[in-house]
Write a protein that binds this ligand. Sequence first.
Ligand SMILES: [Fe+2]
Ligand SMILES: [Fe+2]
Length: 310
Amino acid sequence: MKRRRFMRLTAGAFGLTLGQAALCIPASSDAVARRRILVCSDLHIGHSADDSGNKDGEEWFVDGLADLDASAGRIDYATVLGDIAHTGEASEYNSYLQAREQSGITEWYEIAGNHDYWGENTIDEYRELINSHLTFGFIDGNMLWLMLSDEEHSTGGEIGDATHGWVKSMIAEHKPDKNIIICSHQLVYETVRKSTDHNRYMEPLDNISDILETGAVDLWLSGHQHSMPWTREDRHYDGTTTFLNVASMTHAYDTLESQSFVLEFEQGAPIASARRRVHDKESYAQTLAVPLRVPVDLDGTSRREIIIPS
Ligand SMILES: [Fe+2]
Ligand SMILES: [Fe+2]
């Protein structure tokens, strides 16, 4: 199998391609002892219909961010797991960027979902306006995040051989001393609720199972599957990896709650927590434990190191 080499970049080198890469942030004492990370998905900006409560995805996103701003305290950074736009138009991404700018959260890490390919069957607008890299990673203390966009214009997910090889190489390098978190748009097959339904999961299945067989993936976050309300079957733990469906912020596709998750990592802790925030109710509905292979070590810094395949 072809393996891709990778290179490391600092904020200055990456800033032109990842808009949020102002990665060296003045650290308070709390900022070096705890991370609070927003994980959200499926904004579908540009979509407004009966199934979204006749609110555009942008409105759900703005309202959800306002709820978090009023309640969650400092958010160190945010991840968005795809379907940012509904039809992939530049105007949808510009609305997203405006809402992001006004959120008060200064670091954002996105991946593309199937709807980000939709309009002209390309990912061009996403790559130009959000991130030219569909696949990348970053290191935060002893956490390695691997961000894997959907790679084809289809409803189901595709994680191709090149990405599979890169993920394997990253895991091999970092497995001994880092917790590994993977983000993808579609679900991992045979994990959470509806993950075996047609077009809900990533293929080829062999690539995904090969990654999991490393025994080194602590947390796998996905979206794509709407149709809620969320239940505990949308979280699955197989003894090594916690799988979590975080969708969605919009009510589109019969999602009955606008939700996101706030992850918390405390210095020295053997587990992380994932708190499900229901924005409609302005409250947390569940707090889930996420076992980690290695106790959290935030390395006394708030600097994130970006890694992109080359
Ligand atoms: Fe979606
Ligand atoms: Fe999707």
